[in-house]
Write a protein of this length. Structure first.
Length: 757
């Protein structure tokens, strides 16, 4: 088996009529399957909103727009991809699917030298195309998961294709090598942890250099041309993105979080040795920097002293409380959140007017703290220039256990859901609508056959759940057989090398995520490991299908070869095909009628029609309302500040506004006694001033109704304006007050802190 791959020079017959037919039908069905999926317009300044806002500014010819702490937090490729799709008037969801389909086609091209039968290649294409991770619940958000999955498969497939064609003339490998460089650049410019793919790329680059003949310096030089081409193209693209940021913002970097200036400043804070915990309490290892431990730093570093009002003040206390309530990481700020809090504090201190200023501040902060450590003014650990946490040996068993559990979840499709996009009342809907051509959850209702498509998606996922675990087990057995045969025959097996490289990359990412899980913040979820799935699935099917034709009887091989011939249909056969398609369409139409009837019957939900409508209260009546027990049926979901006529999303944990600006608060609230929309809603500023916002209350919140399994809680959204002109400069709090059904009192609910500057 080992080493029996057919010669790479052999004609691959890749574009067979059978494969082209399967490609067209498969892609059409996949696009139909996801055609009704909708996107949520989420105002997440570090994720969805950030990507869409940057895509909008790219389309407007302004690169990433004006500079602040949100400008260079993520790689530039995904906003560029959104902008390109918008410019071509292609819905983003369709553009992501087309990129994934392209990666699947390249994967089939890659294995063509080792997988001869067209029917097997068609099976590989279908298995990769209908990957359930490409239409599960997280695809309803405008985040990088789908693009990362497609790009990972593209990089892996191009690399495999080049390795399996290693005996060909190197000049014929320059085009796929250049394509590999472009795909790798896009991959690395999308997420910051992209280097986990290096354990796949580096061993195969060595294989490509050493596995061929002859082994001379001249031969090595010729065989290095594809490697140099791929690395050169990827490096050039990275440098071009960094140069654009240098030209516009004065900082030669693709993302601030990977720049040496920021990592050195973060590392300088992290190297401070905290005092022993009081009362012998164990400090959660997921808290990388203890804010009380920075007290001596403020005395020796003027740059650090500028951050003290925000570290020790209301923003730090609020995020510490939120970290404990949401992430169950108590006693400080979780590692995954502290990075953003640190940058927000630098912005509040006034150092984000330009990239040059922010870069200079981080350099100054690192130099001052490192100098104090050198002269023993501070008790510090070794100098470090990284965001990575310190990994104690005692954490190794837990990290390994988490990685193994994640691998099992990956194979079994645990936590995979197919829920619809949550309807939001975000004020950023207009930005999404003008940039992303997808169907938004606030714009349209589900078509009648949407439930059928969701059922089909779940059915496909159940098939994968049944076949992938045994497929994975068989691939490990096949890999073991290949390795034994290769060692006994002393012959190199490229398929085994590719499979082992896939395993190395997968293990690297899972261990990285497990380390973050144990020492920083919750990271073991399919949102982060999605890029692994197509790569590992591709490696599995390659190990099982490579050289499979040589193991089949001659009669079976001849029958499979017929699929390579041109497809011709007689009139009778064509009539039969059309009749089958019409019958299928008729069955779907009848099923859609049933769904439509069910939807019509469920349109009127008991209790909603009888819900009392909110009313407006005057100030005297508001002041007379008595306080009841605190309620939990309310939330502040986001905040925006009006600047020069435009709304800008703000971070709730570090909310700060200039005096005179208008603050818009967005969220939901329901009567805790009846679980119906409240009779009234108010903002309580600094526990004294009560502002009626009932007239801004009652917006559609389908996500709240779904979360509580109560359709009556759907009309509970609000978007309230809070002018700051009457507020003094300093710290303030604002709390929701939910008016009782009998209008005799109110329930105090969620509260947030903010600063007026």
């Amino acid at each position: 088996m080992a080493g029996s791959t057919p010669p790479a020079q052999a004609h691959e017959r890749f574009w067979s009529p059978a494969f082209l037919t399967a490609f067209g039908l498969g892609l059409a069905f996949k696009l139909w399957l996801i055609a009704d999926d909708k996107r949520s317009a989420i105002y997440a300044p570090h994720d969805d909103f950030n990507f869409v806002e940057h895509a909008r500014t790219i389309l407007d010819g302004q690169w990433f727009g004006s500079y602040d702490q949100f400008t260079l937090i993520k790689g530039p490729f995904y906003p560029l991809f959104i902008a390109l799709a918008s410019d071509l008037s292609v819905p983003l969801r369709i553009a992501e699917m087309l990129l994934h389909a392209l990666a699947c086609v390249v994967a089939v091209w890659a294995v063509a030298p080792a997988v001869r039968p067209a029917i097997v290649r068609i099976g590989i294409f279908a298995l990769l195309l209908f990957d359930p991770y490409t239409y599960e619940s997280t695809t309803a958000r405008v985040i990088r998961g789908d693009v990362m999955e497609a790009l990972a498969l593209l990089v892996v497939a191009l690399t495999v294709g080049i390795v399996l064609r290693r005996e060909r003339d190197v000049t014929s490998m320059v085009p796929p090598s250049a394509a590999l460089g472009l795909a790798l650049a896009a991959f690395l410019l999308t997420r910051e942890e992209g280097p986990w793919l290096y354990p796949f790329l580096v061993p195969l680059a060595v294989v490509y250099l050493l596995a061929g003949a002859p082994r001379s310096w001249r031969a090595f030089g010729k065989r290095s041309v594809p490697i140099v081409t791929a690395a050169g193209v990827a490096g050039t693209c990275w440098a071009a993105a960094a140069a654009e940021n240098l030209s516009v913002y004065g900082w030669f970097t693709t993302t601030e979080l990977t720049s040496p200036e920021f990592t050195s400043a973060y590392g300088a804070l992290a190297r401070i040795v905290p005092p022993p915990p009081k009362n012998g309490r164990r400090v959660d290892p997921r808290i990388p920097i203890q804010l009380p431990a920075l007290e001596p730093v403020y005395r020796v570093s003027p740059a650090a002293r500028e951050l003290q009002p925000y570290f020790d003040g209301a923003p730090g206390r609020a995020l510490t409380r939120q970290s404990c309530e949401v992430l169950k990481i108590c006693g400080g700020i979780a590692g995954g959140w502290f990075v953003w809090f640190f940058r927000d504090a630098v912005a509040l201190a006034g150092h984000y007017s330009s990239g040059v200023q922010a870069r200079h501040y981080y350099l100054t902060l690192a130099e001052e703290i490192d100098a104090a450590c050198e002269r023993k003014a501070l008790q510090c650990t070794a100098n470090r220039h990284t965001l990575a946490p310190k990994v104690p040996l005692s954490a190794a068993p837990f990290i390994l256990g988490d990685a193994l559990r994640a691998a099992m979840n990956l194979a079994r499709f645990d936590w995979l859901t197919f829920d619809d996009a949550a309807a939001t009342t975000a004020p950023v809907v207009d930005l999404f609508r003008s940039t992303v051509d997808d169907r938004l959850s606030v714009d349209v209702t589900d078509p009648a056959d949407h439930a059928l498509k969701r059922r089909d998606q779940r059915a496909i996922a159940s098939v994968y759940r049944k076949i992938v675990p045994p497929l994975t087990a068989l691939s490990f057995v096949a890999l073991g057989v290949r390795l034994v045969a290769s060692i006994r025959r002393r012959r190199f097996d490229p398929i085994a090398a590719i499979a082992l490289s896939c395993l190395a990359a997968a293990a690297t990412l899972l261990l990285l995520l497990a380390t973050i899980e144990e020492l920083s913040f919750p990271a073991l979820s399919f949102e982060y490991w999605k890029p692994l799935y197509p790569m590992t699935l591709f490696g599995n099917v390659l190990v099982l299908s490579a050289d499979a034709a040589s193991l089949l009887p001659a009669s079976v091989s001849r029958r499979l070869a017929r699929l390579e011939r041109p497809i011709t249909l007689s009139p009778a056969a064509l009539t039969a095909v059309v009749a089958c398609l019409l019958a299928f369409a008729g069955w779907r139409a009848l099923a859609a009628i049933d769904v439509r009837a069910y939807a019509a019957g469920a349109a009127v939900t008991p209790g909603i029609a009888a819900t009392p409508q909110p009313r407006i209260f005057d100030k005297t009546r508001l002041d007379a309302l008595a306080q009841r027990q605190p309620a939990t049926t309310a939330s502040f979901d986001g905040a925006l500040v009006e600047i020069h006529g435009a709304w800008h999303v703000q971070s709730l944990p570090t909310l700060a506004v200039k005096k005179g600006a208008t603050l818009k608060l967005v969220g939901w609230a329901a009567d805790p006694a009846t679980h119906l929309p409240s009779r009234g809603l108010m903002l309580i500023v600094d526990r004294v001033r009560r502002i009626d916002i009932t007239n801004e209350y009652g917006a559609d919140r389908e996500d709240v109704a779904a979360a509580f399994h109560n359709p009556a809680m759907r009309s509970t959204g609000y978007a309230a304006l809070l002018p700051t002109s009457a507020l003094a400069i300093g710290n303030h709090t604002v709390q929701l007050g939910i008016v009782t059904y009998d209008q005799s009192g109110y329930y105090p609910a969620a509260s947030i802190s903010f600063i007026v500057r």
